[in-house]
Design a binder for this molecule. Sequence first.
Ligand code: IPE
Ligand code: IPE
Ligand code: MG
Length: 255
Amino acid sequence: MLSMSLRALIDNERIPKHIAIIMDGNGRWAQEKGQDRLFGHFHGVASVRDIVEGSAELGVKYLTLYAFSTENWDRPEQEVTGLMELLVETIRKEVPILNKNNIRLHVIGELGMLPDHAKNALQEAFDMTAANTGLNLVLALSYSSRWELVNAVKKIAEDVKAEKLDPSAITQDTLQQYLSTSEFPDPELMIRTSGEYRISNFLLYQLAYAELYFTQTRWPDFRKENLYEAILDFQKRERRFGKTSSQIIDGLTNN
Ligand code: IPE
Ligand code: IPE
Ligand code: MG
């Protein structure tokens, strides 16, 4: 038998609405091939393309990709410069494909840290994809969750000081509105590639009830089939949100 795609096994009624991915392992992938780390980042772009396309095909509404963390600024200068070049080049090249596939681009992170040519390329891409209504592709760039939370606390404090916000009226919804992800629902599935079992400052608040999926596959080798495998794993799980299993089963049969 020829290998069958796992796609056929996925329950289309239970596709996660929001998938978040820590795209990790580019450097090791390249070094294992005796190449420079940037070679790995370069090949990681093909995975991004494939996973964006695969997510759009499945009807995923939000895909958040962790592309560069605040802490990644501390990498060797030539790697950081190379990554920024790759980012600008990729965004410029991909905009027509995003439009063709009705994909809207968003970015979360401390964009002020980015070089001007990257800021400009991103702004252009936001403007050119703003009317698209299919997949929302969220790039986490110069992003860290602690930065985001500190930022939210500052803005809340300013609004309280300006008497726009009453501290006693602050709820979980209020806090959510001050995060850079205020427009997006929380991720239901979080994938990390390359065999690391950590969150690395990614969406700490938003991942409260996400299902976590870890794979040994390095990011440059990650393709649609790997995504299907993660979604199938997700679909086998029982999400209880603090309740008991029988409450969840009763809830399903009473619907
Ligand atoms: C992920 O791959 C991409 C970025 C962090 C920009 P890495 O560059 O972290 O690759 P490894 O983890 O060192 O193999
Ligand atoms: C997390 O990967 C950030 C991105 C994938 C963009 P890192 O490779 O930077 O994380 P650590 O250092 O292994 O925790
Ligand atoms: Mg890494």
